[in-house]
Design a protein around this ligand. Structure first.
Ligand code: FAD
Length: 479
């Protein structure tokens, strides 16, 4: 791993074109792109490893456990129907966690390699901005290092939001970080919040044997997702053993001396409280931007509702200070942060960096997967946009039948007049990969007919996407 030892500090101060605070997908990608464009770049990271939330405690470890637990589930329930008899699979959780850690290590070491390859100087410690052009890095040993720079990018990401009055100990009451480290399968897992992170991590432990109960404040799961898809997803998860307590809030969590917790739940609209017991409580109600201790007040950088305020070119109100990723507006997604990283580096290097926020896919890596891009049907209705719908179920797709994963459907939303694709929502096998061609289509302002007339290989799941595009004009073939 590339690491600069503060005790062997060689310079009173260093001077850069660009100092980036944080090495998550926003920060490290911005650093690499800026170095490619010839800038002298440094990154500052307060974790022991690079890669931020995503690589260390977010996307990557969760997907490693989602994959492993899905294999466990498949071996238990799908293999026999395929004629593959392996007996009742046994769980080796220790090895599953080794797999997760090896995946994380490979990725964070990969980033270290890329930073070195691109001659980017890494500083390990906590950064604070003294003023435009000046960043102070404080190492674990308390020693400080001053960096002078023409430009600063704040890419400090986010952290889990707590529940008022509830103490998170990362053992019994956990955030996603603790929930990805459990060394035993909980008998009962109570998840607070029916968002992406709660449902993904709930799926991991449900597949491994936990009874998962999700308490959600709203009267539906996954607010913001197309309602028809969310309804089907909710039904599928309930079939998998999830219990949802909707329209309810957790008001108290008391942990027992011997572990476990008693959770008080009240109807969101008021009413009688009830208590539930759980071995583990996962608080997954959202994430908040990381701005504490960054010195933004002193430097005069404006913040609104916790997020650093930026213009369309990622500039804060202070000249020479930019911000990207989870710490600014927009969806908290790794690929959004990455694209902003590329764009901000290009802008700083004098080029025309740009992110198209209308074409950012979002994915839930459960089984089946859920993927979405563009507008939901509810958004189009609210905006008074005339639209056409095309749908195609995976039950009618040959490849889905061959792999015995026929749950779900593809849904296209296209402008009623121009046929331009306004949104696409998929629940089904490999939805996260299938959405990619729709992302390209939308990036090019394509129509449903463009996709419907594009040859798709047979037999593939992508034919369901093509058929849904054809269905916009009611000319699907296989249904
Ligand atoms: P981060 O990745 O949060 O990185 C910020 C870095 O800045 C951190 O390493 C932090 O230590 C460092 N830092 C903060 N303050 C300072 C300071 N003062 N000095 C020095 N360093 C500092 N997104 C997806 O797109 N797909 C997924 O599948 C997905 N799964 C997720 C699963 C989980 C469990 C979680 C928690 C998140 C998931 N996300 C996913 C969200 C994704 O991780 C974030 O959107 C992404 O990491 C944001 O990138 P970033 O670069 O803005 O910040």
């Amino acid at each position: 791993m590339v690491r600069r030892d503060f005790n062997r500090k060689l310079w009173p101060f260093m001077s850069y074109d660009l100092v980036i605070i944080g090495t998550g997908p926003g920060g490290y990608v911005a650093a690499i792109r800026a170095a490619q464009l010839g800038l002298k770049v440094a990154v500052v990271e307060k974790r022991k490893t690079f890669g931020g939330t995503c690589l260390n405690v977010g996307c990557i470890p969760s997907k490693a456990l989602l994959h492993a637990s899905e294999m466990f589930e498949e071996a238990s329930h799908t293999f026999p129907s395929l004629g593959v008899i392996v007996g009742t699979p046994k769980l080796d959780l220790k090895q599953m966690l080794v797999h997760k850690q090896e995946t994380v290590d490979a990725n964070v070491n990969g980033v270290a390699f890329l930073l070195k390859k691109n001659k980017i100087d890494p500083f390990m410690g906590t950064a604070s901005i003294q003023a435009a052009g000046k960043v102070v890095v404080t190492g674990d040993d308390g020693k400080t290092q001053e960096l002078e720079t023409k430009n600063i990018v704040i890419a400090t990401g986010s952290e889990a939001t707590g529940l008022p009055g509830v103490t998170i100990d990362e053992k019994t009451v956990v955030t996603s970080t603790g929930a990805l480290e459990l060394t035993a399968v909980p008998k009962e897992l109570l998840v607070v919040g029916a968002g992406v992170i709660g449902l993904e991590i709930g799926s991991v432990w449900s597949r491994l044997g936990a009874k998962v109960t999700v308490v959600e404040y709203l009267d539906r799961i996954l607010p913001g997702m197309d309602e028809e898809i969310a309804k089907q997803f909710s039904r599928i998860l309930q079939k998998q053993g999830f219990e949802f307590i909707l329209g309810s809030k957790v008001t108290k969590v008391e942990t027992g001396k011997k572990g476990g917790a008693t959770v008080t739940v009240e109807p969101a609209a008021g009413g009688e409280a009830k208590t539930l017991s759980a071995d583990i409580v996962l608080v997954a109600i959202g994430r908040r931007p990381n701005t504490d201790g960054l010195g933004l007040d002193g430097a005069g950088v404006a913040i609104e509702r916790g997020r650093v305020v930026i213009d369309d070119h990622f500039k804060t109100n202070v000249a020479g200070i930019y911000a990207i990723g989870d710490v600014v507006r927009g969806p908290m997604l790794a690929h959004k942060a990455e694209d902003e990283g590329v764009a901000v580096a290009e802008i700083i290097a004098g080029k025309a960096g740009h992110v198209n926020y209308d074409a950012i896919p979002s994915i839930i890596y459960t089984a089946p997967e859920v993927a979405a891009i563009g507008k939901t049907e509810e958004e189009l209705k609210a905006a008074g946009t005339a639209y056409k719908v095309g749908k195609f179920p995976f039950t009618a797709n040959a490849r889905s039948r061959a792999i015995r994963h026929t749950e779900g459907f593809v849904k296209f939303l296209a402008d009623a007049t121009t046929d331009r694709v306004l949104g696409c929502h998929i629940i089904g096998p490999h939805a996260g990969d299938l959405i990619a061609e729709v992302t390209v289509l939308m990036e090019f302002g394509g129509s449903s007919e463009d996709l419907a007339r594009t040859c798709h290989a047979h037999p593939t799941l992508s034919e369901a996407v093509k058929e849904a595009a054809m269905a916009v004009d009611k000319r699907q073939i296989h249904m």
